[in-house]
Ligand binder design. Structure first.
Ligand code: FE2
Length: 430
């Protein structure tokens, strides 16, 4: 698909109209909206949230969403989409790693069918925690999804996604991410076998991290986040709408698709971001900073500096530090770390951690470079070196993850993982 038109910015007040003259001027809900449209507000924060955190969008649409959302919903069973720590199973304090799961081709599976939850924490009703999903699908959604339990951060790993939202279209491919607001209808089109990682964020909406001494430039720059322009279905067709609500899925059939927004303005908007635009900061002397320096987006918790979830990437970058063990050091962290690999190699695990694979190092679970990476990094000549053609990422959370039944017993768990450190002998020279 050719590049779509986009608006630029993150958290900005944006505005778009698919039909000129439909966006009200000077007021949000005039007595009559142009061309017979209805005004509708979607809020992403409490009305009284501080201005910097306040998010809402006004939509001007052909029918208010209560028309399509007010009909009776029936349960839609989904065996592998889990929500909140209560739906996890007892998880051992081991380092855990998974092989890439194949994308089933035996029958059509859309984005909803394809959700396989790997790890959960928190509680969607308490607006805390996240769920980490792998989505394995091969067919475009012919239905819409409205997720009341959280925003969806999508990290494509294989295959491009074209996402229709109430506010317009986004096209993402591996290397990009998409962030879809809580409660906004969307559907995902794919063009073949597709694998994506998804963070379903039940907590505070993702935002750009503060920059502190870094200053006004660097990491992910706001203008590189792209929002859709307004677009609506010219001839709305009957459609199934699926709602995720309280950890369960519900379905109903509606007479017209919810993609009927002709104009909108606000700062609660779906966005996409190309991780190639991330300005990486690192040491230019010795040692390396904490991996928080790689944070793209953060969902804060109610404790300052302690994230409900940080989305962190490890993109291509130069390593130039002198007298330094350059891969990540051995560590046990209070935060819990879920990792995925979009493509290439991760420097702490040159083998075994494959694109499409996953790892989980929960709170206080020790981990670090495998024996091969340790030997190589300890003896390498420290010339400037570029880690190229690689993109790993992390969903890091203050809440310990519980794995799902599918994750622990679905066949992809790498039982050999703990052995990757077994040859790290006692090297002490007494
Ligand atoms: Fe780690």
């Amino acid at each position: 698909m050719s590049e779509l038109p986009y608006l630029s910015g993150f958290g900005n007040q944006l505005a778009s109209e698919a039909v000129p003259g439909t966006l009200p001027v000077g007021r949000n809900s005039p007595q009559q909206v142009a061309r017979g449209l209805y005004a509708e507000l979607l809020s992403g924060s409490a009305f009284t949230a501080p201005r910097a955190e306040n998010r809402r969008t006004w939509m001007y649409r052909r029918q208010p969403s209560v028309v399509v959302g007010g009909t009776a919903y029936e349960p839609l069973p989904h065996a592998t989409w889990k929500t909140g720590a209560a739906m996890g199973v007892e998880t051992p304090p081991n380092p855990l790693r998974w092989h890439p799961l194949p994308i089933p081709a035996d029958q059509p599976r859309d984005f909803i069918d394809g959700v396989r939850t790997i790890a959960v924490n928190g509680d969607a009703d308490a607006h805390s925690g996240i769920a980490v999903h792998l989505v394995l699908c091969n067919t475009s959604m012919q239905r819409a999804l409205v997720n009341a339990d959280g925003e969806m951060l999508i990290v494509p790993q294989q295959g491009a996604l074209t996402i229709q939202t109430e506010l317009g279209w986004l096209h993402v491919r591996p290397g990009d991410i998409a962030l879809l607001p809580r409660g906004m209808a969307f559907r995902v089109e794919v063009d073949g076998p597709t694998r994506a990682y998804v963070c379903e964020n039940h907590g505070a909406p993702f935002r750009l991290p503060e920059l502190g001494p870094i200053g006004s430039n660097g990491l992910a720059n706001p203008r590189d986040f792209l929002a859709p322009v307004a677009a609506f279905d010219a001839e709305p067709q009957p459609m199934e709408v699926v709602r995720k609500f309280g950890g369960s899925l519900w379905r109903t059939q509606v007479p017209a698709s919810p993609f009927d927004v002709v104009a909108w303005h606000g700062n609660l908007v779906p966005v996409k971001y190309d991780t190639a635009h991330f300005m990486v900061i690192g040491s230019i002397s010795f040692d390396h900073p904490d991996p928080s320096i790689f944070t793209v987006l953060t969902s804060p918790s109610d404790t300052p500096g302690v994230a409900n979830c940080d989305f962190v990437i490890f993109p291509p970058r130069w390593l130039v530090m002198e007298d330094t063990f350059r891969p990540p050091w051995y560590h046990r962290n209070v935060m819990s770390e879920f990792m995925g690999l979009v493509h290439g190699q991760y420097d702490a695990k040159p083998e075994g951690f494959k694109p499409g694979g996953m790892s989980l190092h929960n709170a206080m679970v020790p981990h670090g470079p495998d024996a091969e990476a340790f030997d190589k990094a300890s003896n390498a000549a420290l010339a400037p070196h570029k880690l190229d053609a690689t993109l790993a990422f992390m969903f890091e959370s203050r809440w310990r993850f519980k794995c799902t039944e599918f994750a622990l017993r679905g066949g992809a768990l790498d039982a050999t993982y703990p052995a990757c450190w077994s040859t790290l002998g006692d090297r002490f020279e007494a």
